[in-house]
Design a protein around this ligand. Structure first.
Ligand SMILES: C[S@@+](CC[C@H](N)C(=O)[O-])C[C@H]1O[C@@H](n2cnc3c(N)ncnc32)[C@H](O)[C@@H]1O
Length: 312
């Protein structure tokens, strides 16, 4: 991605909180009563609407732009994510800068990736005075391997790329945790164990890289505009002392869980594997020939992969 980074200049002393609109600025006419928003926090619906109005912006659905307007949720995410003095934090999608401000004002060293260039003037206003590096471009093009050791991801993710982003975080050796807002169903899938209703590939890779904690559910009303789905804050901790799973094993697990309700045998047959070899491996690992993929533990899948010669 273009490392077109910008760091809002450090604050010169201000009369009011940076990002606070001056009453009666652009957007009001002499006939309209002036709204004094200076006492309202940046995340309040009135301030968020005012920011959007003054900068002539409409949230873009295709970019997953649902902005947080609930102070309790903002504080809960920053807290659960471990935002603290000196901690390197990566945020995806600062939007209007509301969560970014919450994290940076706790002293964390924030790098934030934003694709929507229309937000440049907004972030210049709302992040003024904070030590935040804004990187403009697509988060899917970012080199996550370059992040420093001990990086914590804290983000209200654009939901349309949640799975892709989580898999980038898992594979980046410097990232130790990701505390993220996701769709509630995605959170349930991440936290599910073999045999549970929502267990699938996402649950398996999360478990291969570490552990998952459900922090809290988040109602639709915590966002402006309100999304169609309920959300949840999830914290993933990555255990970097473990050897990273082999790409061949990840591909095997993905194939094994491709159709969760099918038998493991049928899923593996779909990859072109020999039926007799699969039967022999199932028997050697003491699994029933008709065991369903979603009921098989990761340990048993690893043993199967070894018996089938996928990994050593
Ligand atoms: C759910 S909003 C979160 C905004 C803000 N952090 C908040 O909590 O109010 C998602 C943000 O991700 C940005 N975004 C969407 N797709 C992106 C991408 N591919 N790369 C970087 N940012 C992206 C959107 O423009 C938006 O600012």
């Amino acid at each position: 991605m273009s490392r077109n980074a910008s760091r809002p200049r450090r604050a010169t002393p201000r009369r009011t909180d940076p990002g606070r609109p001056q009453p009666g600025r652009a957007g009001t006419t002499s006939q309209e009563p002036e709204r004094d928003l200076s006492a309202a926090p940046l995340y309040s619906p009135a301030r968020v609407r005012d920011l959007l109005d003054r900068h002539g912006l409409k949230p873009t659905k295709s970019l997953g732009q649902n902005f947080l307007i609930d102070g309790n949720i903002l504080r809960a995410i920053a807290e659960a994510g471990g935002a603290a003095p000196g901690v390197p934090v990566l945020e995806i999608g600062p939007g209007l800068g509301v969560l970014t401000r919450e994290i940076a004002s706790r002293g964390a060293q924030v790098t934030t990736l934003e694709k929507d260039e229309r937000l440049r003037p907004v972030l210049a206003e709302t992040l003024d005075g904070l030590d935040v590096q804004v990187v403009w471009g697509d988060a899917l093009d970012f080199e996550y391997a370059t992040l420093p050791q001990g990086t914590r991801v804290i983000a209200n993710l654009p939901y349309y790329i949640t799975g892709l982003l989580l898999s980038r975080f898992m594979r980046a050796p410097g990232i130790v945790s990701a505390t993220v807002l996701v769709q509630k169903e995605v959170g349930q899938r991440l936290a599910a164990r073999p045999g549970e209703e929502n267990y699938g590939f996402l649950s398996a890779i999360a478990a291969l890289y570490g552990s998952v904690q459900h922090v809290r559910d988040v109602p639709k009303g915590a966002f402006l505009p309100a999304p169609d789905v309920t959300s949840a804050v999830i914290r993933l901790d990555f255990d970097r002392s473990r050897a990273a799973p082999e790409p061949e094993f990840l591909a095997f697990v993905e194939s094994a869980l491709h159709h969760r309700r099918k038998t493991l045998r049928n899923n593996l047959r779909l990859t072109g594997m020999d039926g007799d070899a699969i039967d022999a491996a199932l028997s050697a690992v003491n699994l029933r020939p008709d065991v369903r993929a979603e009921d098989v533990s990761l340990g048993d899948l690893r043993d199967m992969a070894v018996k089938l010669g996928v990994i050593r």
